[in-house]
Design a protein around this ligand. Sequence first.
Ligand code: NI
Length: 178
Amino acid sequence: MGHPVLKTPAKPVDSPVSPEIQRLIGDMVATMIDANGAGLAAPQVHVPLQLVIFQAPDTRSTGPEDGEERFDLTAPLTVLMNPVIEILGDEIEPGWEGCLSVPGMRGYVSRPNHIRYSGLNEKGEAFSREARGFHARVVQHECDHLDGILYPQRMDDLSELVFESEMRYHEENAEAAE
Ligand code: NI
């Protein structure tokens, strides 16, 4: 947080199957897995392109264990370039979010619960998918990075921006979010 690339709108990917983009995707996947993240956007690795990856189930199937949340890695790994998000319905749901660019913190963020996203996959093929719950949250969080937006900017109440080490005081909310 604070690096200019995180505040800059990203540019569309022109050549999805070029060696440079394929290498970037590989690096991002390794980084996301290494950091135990549910998603990652190219600006977070200082590349100002419209490319995000994520691996997010509809619900958080695993809660915090030994103080560390583990994500369900059986959810499909998705590469999404030049994304467009359409909000479906009017249901808004709050939930806790973290971000590899805001290390050590969590925030309680309200977002639409049901969306459709479309864009290009890693082969440069157009696709479209509906998402709900945690899946929808992760996609919106990652795509916000492409508009230069970090999750604290989406928060209604900054008193709910907390250190991970203090999450034990917020278990009631954490359970409601799952
Ligand atoms: Ni993030």
